[in-house]
Design a protein around this ligand. Structure first.
Ligand code: FES
Ligand code: MG
Length: 578
């Protein structure tokens, strides 16, 4: 591999020339107390930090950024922290998904506009991983992803609690009057008790695992709990390693191929991944370039081949990410999947994936199962198509009651979330466990931002009868920690006139997961009449970011990226030449 010289670094264009502009750059960096010995001959490393006072999962990043800097300095680089949108999953309304692309734009332009040669991306909470990675892929500089690491297991009175999954479980118990207010408060205080992201196999663990499978993290990095001292050492190693990546010019374009993204799909399936993985991974692969692009059919094909072997909630019933780490973590899991992975795919180590897996071992075969003893024989996700979802929709069979995998029932339609919320606790609601609940106008444009409303609550009347699952269909997403027979991401969405907009309460809907089919039992003639009578809803935003997002966000099957951010849109942006 040929090494770059100092003069060839991007940052040298800011700092090296003997002209008045460079005088301005240097004198202002000196204003911060740095001197030529800090930058001369050294790569400048941006540390994009999604820390904020309200970034609940990244509380340790204020310290961790210092650990990364230590590594950059050890390797002879010049570290600069650049803060970016924190995107706290549990606090941002209407949904962090609306802002994923904003973080992507921010990341890309932070890297492009500053004297930066390489980057460490610090994220972990759900949308931060795809947001940061999307932007960095488009910026095209060498980068490494530093995952926040999962929280420790939750705990209440000696009982283990899992992020999200137990929230839903205890909330249903509270609605059914089985636990009181005091017990509920104890759960509230015990379910998130350390730094780090959700420790179930929700979107956060799925996406950091995917980042590792693509080759964007150090080997094993995604499984280390946030508060483990190994996490500190991993952060420091990120700083050291990215400096070498800059000298070696190991850019994403040189590193990534379709194989990198196929590996990510394989790993996602084996993890029992969050349904959100599809949207983000599709978007990331398209940003990496046409030759890397994967789509819904790649997920469905992989799901028929790859069993779920990570016994982590919500697909598994006991273990959490802390257990996964002790069982050997991501490297161990990938070593089990060896025969299904493209081991030649390059990673940030500069070596192929296969070399990173040498010596990886499973220490607990109940947590990371062998392929012949999976927790679910077919993969985590299935893609359905039919007259209700011509461009596809998604279900997570591993998290739903088996009787609903083949089901026909009458629709109960809600036009929006408030209408659903108002009806759901009405004990006179005309609903049975056979009904198919439909929520629409909750997609990328209609939500707006495709909120995680897809796990519609079971109507109170049915909860009291002991009903735990029923078929639910929406153009929304659902949290990776959710479960149930929820059909999501229906494309095209109702808000732009997709067939979901035409369903009426009482229509029969057939779901056939083995046949990968979803069908509205209404004739084409009748549907054409309904379409002619359909009127679009008013626009959600008249100004600002939401206005822009609504005009440019693509449908779920295309990854919800903005059209103008995709790699194939327009000529590439050049380097600033002033
Ligand atoms: Fe941040 Fe779940 S709230 S990962
Ligand atoms: Mg989530």
């Amino acid at each position: 591999m040929t090494q770059k010289t100092y003069k060839e670094l991007r940052s040298a264009r800011w700092f090296a020339p003997d002209d008045v502009r460079s005088f301005g750059h240097r004198s202002r960096v000196m204003q911060l107390g740095y001197g030529p010995e800090d930058w001369e001959g050294k790569p400048v490393i941006a540390i994009i930090n999604t820390w904020s006072d309200i970034g609940t999962c990244h509380g340790h990043f204020k310290q961790r950024v210092e650990d990364v800097k230590r590594g950059v300095l050890q390797a002879g680089g010049f570290p600069l922290e650049l803060p970016a949108l924190s995107l706290s999953e549990s606090l941002v309304k209407p949904t962090t998904m609306l802002y994923r692309n904003m973080l992507a734009m921010e990341t890309e332009e932070l890297l492009r506009s500053h004297p930066i040669d390489g980057a460490v991306l610090m994220g972990g909470c759900d949308k931060t991983t795809p947001g940061l990675v999307l932007g960095a892929l488009s910026a095209g500089l060498p980068f490494i992803y530093m995952p926040a690491g999962p929280m420790l297991r939750g705990n209440v009175k000696g009982k283990v609690l899992g992020s999200g999954s137990d929230t839903w479980k205890y909330w249903d118990e509270r609605r059914a009057g089985k636990i009181n207010q005091a017990q509920w408060l104890e759960v509230e205080g015990g379910i998130a008790r350390s730094h780090g992201h959700c420790m179930t196999m929700g979107t956060a663990s799925t996406m950091t695992g995917i980042a590792e499978a693509i080759g964007l993290t150090l080997p094993g990095a995604s499984s280390i709990p946030a508060v483990d001292s190994n996490h500190i050492r991993m952060a420091t190693e990120c700083g050291r390693r990215v400096v070498s990546m800059v000298w070696d010019d190991l850019t994403p374009a040189k590193m990534l191929s379709r194989a990198s993204f196929e590996n990510a799909i394989t790993v996602a399936m084996a993890m029992g991944c969050s349904t959100n993985a599809i949207i983000h991974l599709v978007a990331m692969s398209r940003r990496a370039g046409e030759h890397c692009a994967v789509g819904l059919d790649d997920f469905d094909a992989a799901s028929r081949r790859i069993p779920v072997i990570a016994n982590i909630r919500p697909s598994g019933d006991t273990y959490l990410m802390e257990d996964f780490y002790y069982a050997g973590g991501m490297l161990a899991m990938m070593s089990v999947l060896k025969d299904h992975l493209k081991l030649e795919a390059l990673t940030v180590t500069g070596k192929p994936l296969g070399e990173n897996l040498v010596g990886a071992e499973v220490y607990n075969h109940d947590v990371i199962r062998p392929l012949d003893n999976p927790i679910y024989a077919e993969g985590a996700l299935a893609v359905l198509r039919g007259n209700l979802a011509p461009d596809g929709c998604v279900i997570k069979p591993s998290a739903c009651a088996p009787q609903y995998l083949n089901h026909t029932g009458p629709a109960l339609v809600f036009d929006d979330y408030p209408a659903m919320k108002a009806a759901i606790d009405d004990e006179n609601l005309d609903v049975t466990a056979d009904h198919v609940m439909v929520l629409r106008n909750a997609g990328p444009q209609g939500g707006p931002g495709m909120p995680e409303w897809g796990m519609l609550p079971i109507p109170l009347k049915l909860v009291k009868q002991g009903v735990k699952d029923m078929v639910r269909i929406s153009d929304a997403r659902m949290s990776g920690t959710s479960y149930g027979a929820c059909i999501l991401h229906v494309a095209p969405e109702a808000y732009i006139g997709g067939p979901l907009a035409l369903v009426k309460t009482g229509d029969l809907i057939t779901v056939d997961v083995p046949g990968r089919r979803i069908h509205l039992e209404v004739s084409d003639e009748e549907l054409a009449q309904r379409r002619a009578a359909w009127t679009p809803l008013p626009k959600r935003y008249e100004r600002g970011y939401g206005w822009m997002a609504a005009r440019h966000i693509q449908q779920a099957d295309k990854g919800c990226d903005f059209d103008f951010l995709e790699t194939s849109f327009g000529a590439p942006v050049g380097e600033p030449d002033i």
